[in-house]
Design a protein around this ligand. Structure first.
Ligand SMILES: [Zn+2]
Length: 177
């Protein structure tokens, strides 16, 4: 076992992931690669012990973005497959991006974009945003017909929409377009 050192200051105390606020435990070890593991109620990050404070923060950011991207890729792929099996619309591309002011967007020809920060929200709220954008492939507006489509995919969409508004205040994001 390599020698463990936790004498360096921990630059962050907790992260959001799938609707949970997870405390982070950072371990500094003599190793090249950094790792992030999700345990039941905390995040374990292992980082090389000869990095500067700034490099540590960078490493944590990279690990976190990787986690969010992997998690959201899985959720979007699985959810969209399920939606397509109920009512099919062609999807040209699914992209996960660092969007500033939107949770997601859809184009008429089937390009779907999702905000990386969605991975921070509870799964049912992530799914609501995915349903919202997929429903735009049936109705490219926010008419009553559009909300009918959303309601067929997610009977509790009003609740999930309210929850999304709550998180918008936390993350300063706007509603999906
Ligand atoms: Zn919309």
């Amino acid at each position: 076992m390599p020698e463990t050192s936790t004498t360096q200051p921990t630059p962050v105390s907790h992260f959001f992931f799938q609707g949970q606020t997870l405390p982070v435990s950072i371990t500094y070890l003599q190793q090249k690669r950094s790792h992030l593991r999700i345990h039941e109620n905390f995040m374990q990050i292992t980082i090389c012990n000869d990095l500067s404070h700034h490099q540590v923060k960078q490493q944590i950011q990279i690990l976190l973005e990787k986690l969010y991207r992997q998690s959201l890729t899985k959720v979007t792929t699985e959810t969209l497959q399920l939606l397509q099996s109920h009512a099919h619309r062609h999807i040209k591309s699914i992209r996960i991006k660092k969007l500033r002011s939107r949770w997601g967007s859809a184009s008429a020809d089937g390009n779907l974009n999702f905000n990386l920060n969605l991975a921070k929200l509870p799964l049912e709220v992530q799914q609501y945003v995915i349903i919202h954008e997929y429903s735009h492939l049936f109705q490219m507006n926010h008419s009553a017909k559009f909300w009918d489509v959303v309601g067929r995919f997610d009977p509790e969409y009003k609740l999930h929409r309210r929850q999304l508004r709550h998180y918008e205040k936390t993350f300063r994001e706007k509603h999906p377009q």
